[in-house]
Design a protein around this ligand. Structure first.
Ligand SMILES: Cc1cc2nc3c(=O)[nH]c(=O)nc-3n(C[C@H](O)[C@H](O)[C@H](O)COP(=O)(O)OP(=O)(O)OC[C@H]3O[C@@H](n4cnc5c(N)ncnc54)[C@H](O)[C@@H]3O)c2cc1C
Length: 648
């Protein structure tokens, strides 16, 4: 884009992302400091310690700019992958009952369960490579004058919590989360009462013209196009009756097949192929649906099975007479179990419970606005410690894995390797990282752990001066099938404790944008790998320019001006996002559950146990909790492998 266009978009505006650049320079600079103590000895000066968390101004949730897997969090892991070594680890001479690798919800839950089993005096260390705890459960804070605005940088909501395992549900309760209170906190009628609905933005690069029209859903296709809207959709004339037919058709396109044959056929047919080859729609119809499953699958309809789309109630299956999940109990629960910072509140409640003095308060309401005290996380008086900015590079038994009494865990912090020992170790990190940490695992286990490719995606929060443009346009949630970001929504209408959502259009608020960097046409894992690289190599400026351009065009008729109205941007990039869920289109059909790579990979290895959502191949908070529980239960029952649901 030209400099003139950049200026019109406001690329030269001094929004609060500049804070990030300063903050980042501190973190990255510190992590790249010389690792050799000789330099300091030679000059007779004391070597500075690396303890950014002790600085009273250390408060990662308030950082803007490029967050998620931020710079400073991934360099050591990539170095390890590329053969870098860190000799002469400093021996901290600290021995723990448990060391947990990964401070996401699974790792925090594992620490919680271990303390429950092992007693209040259990000595636990949690290590995480990010500057904040919570993993994907990431809190983003903004300020509008004195008003606090909260956003979720990852994990959005508790989905159907009444269907969680007993263990996961009990954990929520023990943390003080009474899920039914969300009925009070989430104003389900708010946007409707303001006359706002879902809309679709057709962009000129894909559809020849920029046009915002009412209708369509983002994840689920609950809303469809009215006849009036249909006439205005910028697609080829012959595609219009096809789109209309698709919405209402009751034809059985797989007539002659038994229900089981239909199921198998749909599992091995992408929704794109189903629409083209069976429903026989015009290719322009495909363009509209292409990005619909992005939010759940991280890929478009070219790489999602028709069977999965039937489960999500996508159109075209009414005549097939197979059961969709429309009536499943999960679908019956409303999507309202949402803290303003998403499930970062769950992570914060876990930390408040684990580390005394880490946050004030005692309820699910007051955690929302509580300011965490990061200096307390490594308080030597606490039996549970959380060390951030620390990437584990090795977890090794001291002796034969079958009989060793201890595991030595080495991690890099501030450029230096350090080591501690523990009676047990839970790896609640990414599965594909584990073979690098434990090279002595069997080849079969390492291959199984390396099998999955996590799904890359980007959750972005954009603070805008007011939401008058959306009110004028009559929409709170916009699907953009051809957009750089495929969805844009006003924040959830949730007020809880002292936190209040922006209920007046004149108030500053957050827009939530979602992008999946997939490459249609490739098998899904290849799309994920390509997308990971895309995210890794995309600078913040590129995200910002696309945000300004897309919002400016999408909301132009409502009077939105990107240069004037955007106040802050936080891009949470997750090159290693959702746990890989076994996409049936690309996976063997009748593989027994016990042979799934995640099950083979999570077997206990001596005193080392595997938690995290990868360990069950499902990207959900309850799964992360269940897997943390399973890993600790293995320890409790003496290393015997238990299934994820045992006791849960
Ligand atoms: C964008 C997004 C939105 C989501 N939305 C929802 C939702 O709405 N509802 C829902 O139920 N689930 C959702 N999920 C899934 C849910 O977030 C996860 O299933 C769950 O939080 C994963 O927790 P975890 O602890 O297993 O992994 P993570 O959160 O990934 O935590 C693992 C931690 O280990 C760290 N780590 C990795 N290697 C090392 C190492 N060598 N040393 C130290 N640390 C290491 C990682 O950096 C990370 O911080 C979402 C996920 C994403 C990415």
């Amino acid at each position: 884009m030209s400099e003139k266009r950049d200026r019109a978009l406001g690329m030269d505006r001094n929004i609060t992302r500049r804070d990030f650049l300063n903050g980042c320079a501190v973190t990255v600079g510190a992590s790249l400091k010389p690792t050799n103590s000789t330099w300091f000895q030679a000059f007779g000066v004391a070597e500075p310690t690396f303890d950014p968390e002790k600085n009273p101004s250390y408060y990662p949730p308030a950082k803007t700019g490029l967050r998620g897997s931020h710079d400073g969090s991934w360099e050591v892991a990539h170095g390890l992958r590329d053969g870098q070594t860190w000799p002469d680890a400093i021996d901290e001479k600290q021995s723990y009952d448990l060391v947990v690798v990964g401070g996401g919800i699974s790792g925090l839950a594992a620490a919680y369960f271990f303390r429950k089993f092992g007693g209040a005096n259990s000595k636990i260390l949690i290590l995480d490579n990010h500057d904040d705890f919570g993993g994907h459960a990431k809190r983003n804070e903004f300020k509008a004058g004195d008003r606090l605005l909260l956003g979720y940088g990852g994990t959005q909501s508790l989905e159907a919590p009444h269907h969680y395992s007993k263990v996961a549900f009990a954990l929520l309760q023990e943390l003080g989360i009474e899920v039914d209170r969300f009925h009070q906190y989430f104003d389900q009628k708010f946007y409707q009462s303001m006359g706002l609905k879902r809309a679709t933005f057709f962009d000129k690069e894909t559809f020849g013209v920029d046009r915002l029209l009412p209708g369509f859903g983002t994840h689920y296709l609950g809303l469809q196009y009215s006849q009036e809207t249909l006439a205005e959709i910028p697609i080829a004339e012959p595609a219009r009756p096809d789109l209309s037919r698709l919405q209402t058709t009751t034809v059985d396109y797989l007539a002659g097949l038994s229900p089981e044959e239909k199921r198998r056929k749909l599992i091995k047919t992408s929704y794109q192929d189903y629409l083209l080859e069976y429903v026989k729609v015009h290719p322009d119809v495909i363009k509209i649906f292409q990005s619909a499953p992005h939010g759940l699958y991280g890929v478009g309809i070219d790489a999602v099975s028709a069977w999965d789309c039937l489960q999500m109630d996508y159109p075209g299956f009414k005549g097939i007479h197979l059961q969709s999940s429309e009536d499943s109990p999960e679908q019956a629960e409303p999507y309202i179990f949402h803290f303003p910072d998403g499930n970062a509140s769950v992570a914060r409640l876990l930390v408040r419970s684990l580390v005394p003095g880490s946050a004030p308060g005692s309820t699910m309401e007051d955690i929302v606005t509580a300011r965490m005290n990061y200096a307390r996380l490594v308080n030597p008086d606490s039996t549970v410690r959380i060390r951030l900015n620390s990437t584990v590079i090795r977890a090794k038994h001291l002796g034969d894995p079958q009989s060793a009494k201890e595991v030595e865990i080495t991690y890099v912090r501030g450029g230096k390797a350090r080591k501690v020992t523990a009676a047990h170790c839970v790896l609640a990190c990414y599965n594909m990282m584990i073979p690098y940490l434990c090279p002595e695992m069997s080849d079969q286990q390492k291959q199984a752990l390396a099998y999955a490719v996590k799904i890359p995606l980007v959750y972005t929060n954009v603070q805008i001066a007011n939401w008058r443009a959306l009110q004028k346009l009559g929409s709170n949630s916009i699907y953009a099938p051809g957009g750089y970001f495929s969805s844009v929504s006003l924040d959830f209408p949730v007020s809880i404790g002292e936190y209040h959502f922006a209920s007046q259009p004149d108030e500053s608020c957050l827009l939530h944008l979602m992008r999946t960097p997939c490459k249609p046409g490739l098998p899904c894992k290849e799309q994920y790998k390509a997308g990971r690289w895309d995210l890794f190599t995309t600078p913040f400026d590129t995200f910002e320019r696309n945000i300004r351009d897309e919002l400016g065009r999408m909301l132009a008729e409502g009077g939105f001006d990107s240069a004037r109205d955007i106040q802050a941007i936080t891009v949470n990039r997750w090159p290693h996002g959702y746990a890989y869920e076994y996409n049936p289109l690309f996976e063997p059909l009748d593989r027994p559950a016990s042979e799934r790579p995640c099950v083979v990979g999570r077997q206990p290895f001596g005193r080392i146990h595997v938690a995290n959502s990868d360990a069950d191949g499902h990207a959900y908070t309850n799964i992360a909790i269940d897997q943390g529980y399973r890993a600790v239960r293995e320890i409790a029952v003496g290393g015997k492998h238990e299934t994820a649901s045992s006791g849960a």
